[in-house]
Design a protein around this ligand. Structure first.
Ligand code: ITT
Length: 189
């Protein structure tokens, strides 16, 4: 990449997340470096807390270059009292999209939100940036692009699921919003 301003180490096992964030930061001269380190995830209700604790534990890891980021995200469905929330990965693996649709059978209110919290650490300060996007849960699996819950999520004000329209996802996703907040903070110096 020509004109690299910053190398940013992204600790994640999820290449979908990695590629999404890479596309968002590259135009700003940030080279995102994939860092496949495993870290323990705390049990918490909010993505913000999970991301904060992940940074705290990774800050003690010798040899992990800085600045680094982690990202915790999830789908919070109102009719299910916020489930799967911070257990989104687990629920996706255990019951999948069909399982979520089955839990939603008969639910009138289908509102939900995607949340993304990026934990950032430069060796001095720990910062967490959280982005959200509101929407509704589709009545069936819609579209094939993206990953995990994208075929179920229809952002507010639109008719397509994220999996049916990736341009929609890349412009207004929870991750995009969290990345924008992070960029504002780290590039404004
Ligand atoms: P890490 O290694 O970065 O932790 P992960 O996949 O385990 O990767 P999380 O613990 O943050 O990440 O789990 C988030 C889950 O929420 C993810 O695995 C998906 O099931 C779901 N999810 C998050 N963002 C999503 C998105 O943009 N589209 C669809 N599903 C998403």
């Amino acid at each position: 990449m020509a004109g690299v301003r910053l190398r940013l180490y992204f600790v994640t096992s999820n290449m979908h997340k990695f590629r999404e964030v890479q596309e968002m930061v590259a135009p700003h001269g940030i080279m995102l470096v994939h860092t496949p380190l495993h870290y323990p995830e705390v049990r918490a209700e909010s993505c913000e807390e999970v991301a904060r604790e992940a940074v705290r534990s990774l800050a003690r890891v010798r040899g992990l270059k800085r600045p680094f980021i982690v990202e915790d995200s999830g789908l919070f469905i109102d009719a299910l009292n916020g489930f799967p929330g911070t257990y989104s990965k687990w629920a996706y693996e255990k019951i999948g999209l069909k399982g979520i649709l089955a839990l939603m059978r008969g639910a009138r209110a289908r509102s939900a939100r995607f949340v993304s919290s990026i934990g950032y650490y430069d060796g001095r300060r720990l910062r967490v940036f959280t982005g959200t996007v509101d929407g509704t849960i589709a009545k069936r699996i819609r579209g094939e692009s993206g990953f995990a819950y994208d075929p179920l999520f229809i952002p507010k004000g639109y008719k397509f699921s994220f999996a049916e329209n990736m341009t929609l996802k890349s412009t207004l996703s929870h991750r995009k919003r969290a990345v924008e907040l992070m960029l504002k903070s780290i590039l404004m110096k």
